[in-house]
Design a protein around this ligand. Structure first.
Ligand SMILES: CC(C)C[C@H](N)C(=O)O
Length: 554
């Protein structure tokens, strides 16, 4: 309790310092309150209170009905970083309930279905820096979403991530705001990521996007429809992008894209493909205010833990507590064995260097094998309402062609790399964004706490590099100075299956896959792995798109 009060006091301090975040929160409540007076009119057929009447026009046409509004209030009452806003939202909900209206309750799943809620919340209540980040996140997004809550394990990365995302979505830039969210929807839909689609549908409407576009891509402007081919290839086979694809977008007489707009779109597409990977890779749950995050049904006893019935908490504690891993047959020395291998490799590295040819052969072998790593475990994938069907033809996926075998050509990093080529091209056409993304890549690549599960003071660079290079290898990107033999030594099969699934067909990721690699490692380390996966994926996609743009320009 005392800790809780401490937390609140810190929040209050923060509120007074960070007026911006608080304003957003209050604006959120204001909008909901306004909607409420509208709702009351409907409910009681009474005129709205005069004070609200004057304000009503500002929310007229706002999306959603009563239930959506109540769900949003629920989200604010649970997730808003500011206590007064939380209390206000709660009070409104109670009032509405007293009117005899059924109010929603959270399904109580926490931010991730892979990670016990307790572990995530512990991280986030311990640190003042975290609170500041939350407030910032709330300011930029008007919500504190589950992705943010899970990324909080790695604040330094989160900060850079939020800054970049804020820039891409909200700051001055080539594309209008509703286009940006629509592109986010298109990208997330490629991986049937209803979580991100839902979030951006609501953002799209919020910035004044035309609801008709949401009925399907064919209802959106031709210009956006034209982007769909690039979206498709970029998501599943980026190495096939050619300058002709770029030319088609830039040269069409009507509905053509400017170079700056195209760069903005490409960055958004790659950002959201990767974020879909993170969403599935970390088992992100639906937001409280989105479909699947709350219910209007009264609670039934079976929804509760016995302990919660007595203390009044509502929550499903299916995975809480440190009970995981007890059933594994894996020897407990998995981590030690891995560390031993790292040590050996380090020693060999200094002794026997593989020849140039040998290195090339090892790369090709690893690339070929990565095609064969198979990841479908259809039984376990959660059936979700397929929002994405409206936006994309989902029949074109990675699986459909990898099954028949495919040839991925090799891109030599010395011929086209992010550092030497991609970065400056982005910066030239969309100032600052190159810088922001570059910073984010570096933070993810260099991030380390020098730990391996319970071991401290370990140099993990070799392991992190193997993960990063394995992903690039799947995309055909080769670093001549790297010995791809290391990958086989360090990444075992279940880990490769997880990586491949999250990166190439994230929608197929299952809890079993998440649980079965690196069983002794912490959740924060698995989230760390996900940061490497998403940044390496984003960089790989960007490289191919930017190379095609460079080729078009020269
Ligand atoms: C992904 C993990 C191997 C990272 C490790 N815990 C580190 O701090 O470097």
């Amino acid at each position: 309790m005392a800790a809780d009060r401490d937390g609140e006091a810190r929040w209050d301090g923060l509120c007074s310092r960070d007026a911006g975040a608080r304003d957003v929160a209050l604006e959120n409540v204001r909008q909901v309150v306004l909607k409420r007076s509208e709702a009351m009119v409907l409910l009681r057929e009474k005129p709205a209170p005069p004070a609200a009447e004057g304000l009503l026009p500002s929310v007229q046409g706002a999306p959603g009905g009563l239930n959506e509004m109540l769900a949003r209030l629920l989200m604010l009452s649970k997730r808003c970083p500011f206590r007064d806003v939380r209390e206000k939202s709660e009070a409104i909900l109670r009032n509405v309930q007293e009117l005899g209206v059924r109010i929603p309750r959270p399904l109580g799943q926490g931010p991730s279905r892979f990670i016990p809620e307790m572990e995530i919340l512990q991280v986030s209540t311990e640190d003042t820096q975290m609170h500041t980040l939350f407030a910032e996140s709330f300011t930029t997004l008007g919500r504190l979403d589950n992705i943010t809550l899970v990324m909080v394990f790695h604040p330094q990365y989160l900060e850079s991530f939020l800054k970049t995302q804020h820039y891409l979505l909200q700051m001055d830039g080539p594309l209008p705001l509703h286009y940006r969210h629509y592109i986010g929807i298109m990208a997330a839909a490629r991986h049937q990521c209803s979580y991100l689609v839902n979030l951006h549908v609501s953002d799209f409407l919020h910035v004044g996007g035309d609801p008709k576009w949401l009925n399907g891509l064919e209802n959106a402007p031709q210009k956006l429809q034209n982007l769909s081919e690039l979206n498709k290839i970029l998501a599943h086979r980026p190495w096939l992008i050619t300058k002709e694809h770029i030319e088609q977008l830039l040269k069409t007489e009507e509905h053509s894209w400017s170079l700056a707009e195209l760069i903005h779109a490409v960055v958004l597409l790659t950002h959201y493909h990767s974020l879909a990977s993170f969403t599935f890779g970390c088992g992100i749950n639906p937001e409280i205010h989105c479909e699947g995050g709350h219910t209007f049904r009264p609670p039934s006893v079976s929804d509760y833990c016995i302990c919660d019935i007595t203390n009044g908490n509502q929550g499903v504690c299916e995975m809480q507590g440190p009970v995981r891993n007890l059933t594994t047959t894996e020897p407990f020395c998995e981590v030690e064995a891995l560390m031993e291998k790292m040590k050996q490799l380090q020693e060999c590295r200094d002794e026997a260097k593989a020849s140039k040819e040998e290195k090339a052969t090892r790369f090709e072998k690893e690339k070929r094998e990565s095609m064969l790593v198979c990841c479908s475990e259809d039984e376990e994938t959660a059936p979700t309402r397929d929002v994405s069907r409206h936006f994309e033809d989902t029949s074109y996926g990675y699986k459909d062609f990898s099954r028949h075998g495919m040839h991925v050509p090799t891109l030599h990093a010395q011929d086209y790399s992010w550092e030497d080529h991609g970065y400056s091209l982005v910066n030239r056409l969309y100032p600052d964004v190159g810088q922001l993304i570059d910073e984010k890549f570096h933070i993810a690549y260099d991030l380390t706490y020098n730990t391996m599960a319970m071991h401290k003071d370990v140099d993990t660079s070799m392991l992190r590099r193997a993960i990063w290079n394995y992903i690039h290898c799947m995309f055909g990107i080769r670093y001549d100075d790297y010995d791809y033999g290391e990958i086989n030594q360090l990444l075992d099969r279940s880990f490769k299956v997880y990586i491949k699934t999250v990166v190439c067909m994230p929608e197929k990721t299952t809890k079993r896959m998440y649980d079965s690699f690196w069983r002794q490692f912490k959740h924060s380390e698995k989230v760390h792995v996900n940061l490497l996966l998403i940044e390496a994926r984003m960089q790989a996609e960007l490289l191919y798109a930017l190379r095609a743009i460079t080729r078009y320009m020269t």
